[in-house]
Ligand binder design. Structure first.
Ligand code: ACO
Length: 334
């Protein structure tokens, strides 16, 4: 062990390997023009999205998650059987149970790992990494694989132009472990269940178990009050960034890169304006992938590092908000 414990006896924890997997099939805005009454111009100007990926050939969430995980584990220099813990954030599990983390474990051959899933919608990756960090910092586990994986194409109503243009499929994964320098400086989580009705899948759970009626009424599809979610998303993301930066004694001009949940470029622009933070320092990939819920932030982090936008010593903030409502942020010294 090369890292030393802090005053609370906790180990510093960081990311030692990142990976992503995007399905090959591309669905462009022009493709959507042939499916619903919409236009490339409407989607691009209202959301910033130009295309998204969707699964094909029977691929499911655990397949995407396993591929992203293989890349992350390889970059971390580990073998699958050395992984201690797998935490998967998803709102599109392969099935209600067993947990998608167990299915990914089996696909990876990560026989030694403890596994569970986290349900925190678009903030799922930040929630999952916060949990994993505690286990590693306390010395309970030596490492953790944290995955955000989604097949949102399976829960959107492809006849509803209000929602189907916004989402895409994909997965990102991060291996976390003790580090000798830098690492996660702080995490912050928040929620307000009073806004639960704004973004939900009403059917298929205990309230409205799947039946002919729930199918007929489309209760198994995502429902969203876009306008309200938009306003709350701007507020929650802005506050989550301000708070984590301020409480750790930094100012926004010290943050090298801000990596937000990739829902809508207008949400991100409004947040940037409120923070007085230049858009040029915010990493964006939603034009290519749309909103991939729990997979968005981790995939964006992975690409920001691959493209050299995040380098050793940089201060990076991750921030997300999602259905629940839940939100969170994470401050990292890279
Ligand atoms: N193509 C063409 N017209 C459309 C489409 C579409 N795909 N979708 C909606 N419209 C129409 C509406 O029906 C409406 O028509 P009307 O005025 O005749 O009723 C018109 O466009 C304007 O609709 P608005 O809701 O005013 O459009 P707005 O500018 O608010 O954009 C959007 C809608 C993109 C959904 C926006 O509210 C948004 O992004 N909200 C955030 C939702 C989100 O990102 N959710 C993701 C999950 S939560 C999270 O990740 C943060």
């Amino acid at each position: 062990m090369f890292e030393s414990k802090d005053k609370k006896g906790l180990l510093p924890v960081g990311f030692i390997g990142l990976g992503k997997y995007l399905p090959e099939k591309v669905l462009t805005n022009h493709d959507l023009e042939r499916m619903v009454d919409t236009s490339d111009e409407w989607i691009a100007t209202r959301t910033g999205i130009k295309e998204r990926r969707v699964v094909s050939n029977g691929m499911v969430t655990s397949d995407l998650g396993a591929r992203a995980s293989e890349a992350a584990i390889a970059r971390a220099g580990l073998r699958p059987e050395e992984v201690d813990l797998i935490v998967v954030a998803t709102i599109t599990p392969d099935m209600p149970f067993p947990a998608t983390s167990c299915l990914i474990q089996e696909k990876l051959g990560a026989k030694r790992a403890a596994c569970f899933d986290v349900s925190a919608a678009c903030s799922g990756f930040i929630h999952a990494l916060t949990i994993a960090k505690q286990f590693i910092a306390a010395g309970t586990y030596k490492n953790a694989l944290v995955v955000g994986a989604e097949t949102l194409s399976t829960i959107v109503d492809w006849k509803d132009r209000n929602t189907c243009v916004l989402f895409g499929d994909g997965a990102g994964a991060a291996v976390m472990a003790p580090v000798s320098e830098g690492g996660i400086l702080s995490t912050y989580l928040g929620s307000d269940g009073g806004y639960g009705e704004l973004l939900m899948i009403p059917g298929g759970g205990a309230r409205f178990p799947a039946s002919e009626k729930t199918i007929r009424e489309g209760l198994h599809y995502m429902r969203m009050n876009g306008g309200e979610v938009f306003k709350l998303a701007v507020r929650a993301m802005t506050e989550s960034v301000e708070r984590i930066v301020r409480e750790n004694g930094f100012t926004m001009d010290q943050i090298t890169c801000l990596i937000p949940h990739q829902a809508n470029v207008r949400i991100i622009e409004a947040m940037a304006e409120r923070l007085g933070y230049p858009l040029s320092k915010i990493y964006l990939n939603l034009n290519r992938y749309g909103n991939m819920s729990s997979a968005s932030t981790v995939t964006a982090l992975c690409e920001a590092v691959e493209e050299g936008r995040v380098k050793r010593g940089d201060l990076v903030v991750l921030v997300a908000v999602g259905g629940g409502l839940v939100w969170g942020s994470c401050l990292v010294r890279w």
